[in-house]
Design a protein around this ligand. Structure first.
Ligand code: CP
Ligand code: NVA
Length: 304
């Protein structure tokens, strides 16, 4: 049987996404009522981190335990992964000792090479190019709050990074639109984002225009992990791409503000917006747990 990986958002098709969103709702309700749900008893998740994390580690680790399984944390600093063992060899060995692997790393190519040599499913926990688990949680959160995302408009303000690329892939699959506004020189890289032929996004020079009539206004840090050497330049370049109250006013009245977190108040978003009434960032963060539990279950035992 072909192994199912989740390396990019479009590794799942529309009907699989619907199954996962429905299941996440059910899993969340069970969790909230303290009902035991152990479909992954005796299964082990290995989590490999080459970059820092709070949410991704916690949600996968506690999620796996809540499903009756176990999770093991590895990082490149204190394993052989940081000492030059080929990714292919690491994949062969690690995937013989566990049932599923989650990786947070730099280039997408690393996770693809790992997956090619893995005997078990591999999940992308963030690469330079994509953050598919984040967008699963974000769309699940939108559906929970407002219903279907089909036909809606997401305004992405700031860097065209891994989270932005994933929104763009999701828009193609789930038929919604993304208005992207980035400073010059930081535009969407269509090839890197795997977006040839994509027709569900539009680029705007003016972030206020991008936010107009949007249903979701979202942003992310100006400097992603791995790009720290550009931080000083980016602070200058992105100064006009801060999500503030006036920008939120451009959006629809019932628009939601989202941010994958961690956030930098006073940089990409004002405190007034992220801590304001239209922000759903805490629900969004919590939903990483529920939606990833549904994903783990789906990749390991299918549609039960
Ligand atoms: N949003 C997100 O992935 O957070 P962490 O970096 O804390 O995992
Ligand atoms: N774009 C950010 C997301 C962090 C969750 C980064 O890659 O650092």
């Amino acid at each position: 049987m072909k192994i199912k990986h989740f390396l990019q958002f479009n590794d799942l098709n529309r009907s699989e996404l619907e199954i996962i969103f429905d299941r996440a709702k059910w899993i969340k309700a069970k969790f909230k009522s303290y009902e035991k749900h152990w479909p992954l008893e005796d299964r082990t998740l290995v989590m490999i981190f080459e970059k820092a994390s709070t949410r991704t580690r916690l949600s996968f680790e506690s999620g796996m335990q809540q499903l009756g399984g176990a999770a093991i944390y590895l990082n490149t600093r204190d394993s052989q992964l940081g000492r030059g063992e080929p990714v292919e060899d690491a994949a062969q060995v690690i995937s013989r000792m566990c049932d599923i692997v989650m990786i947070r790393t730099f280039e997408q190519e690393i996770i693809e090479r790992f997956a090619e040599n893995s005997r078990v499913p591999v999940i992308n926990g963030l690469t330079n190019e994509y953050h598919p688990c984040q967008i699963l949680a974000d769309i699940f959160t939108y559906i929970e709050q407002r219903g279907s995302i089909q036909g809606k408009t997401v305004a992405w303000i700031g860097d065209s990074n891994n989270v932005c690329n994933t929104w763009l892939q999701a828009a193609e699959l789930l038929d919604f639109n993304v208005h992207v506004s980035t400073p010059k020189g930081y535009e969407v890289e269509v090839e890197r984002a795997g977006l040839y032929g994509a027709d569900h996004f539009e680029e705007f020079e003016d972030p206020m225009e991008a936010a107009r009539d949007a249903d979701i206004v979202t942003t992310d840090v100006w400097t992603s992990m791995g790009f720290e050497s550009e931080k000083k330049v980016r602070i200058k370049d992105f100064a006009d791409w801060q999500v503030d109250k006036d920008m939120i006013k451009q959006a629809n009245k019932d628009a939601l503000f989202m941010h994958c977190l961690p956030a930098h108040r006073g940089e990409e978003v004002t405190a007034e917006v992220i801590d304001g009434p239209q922000s759903i960032v805490w629900e969004e963060a919590e939903n990483r747990l529920h939606v990833q539990k549904a994903l783990l279950e789906y990749l390991l035992i299918g549609n039960k």
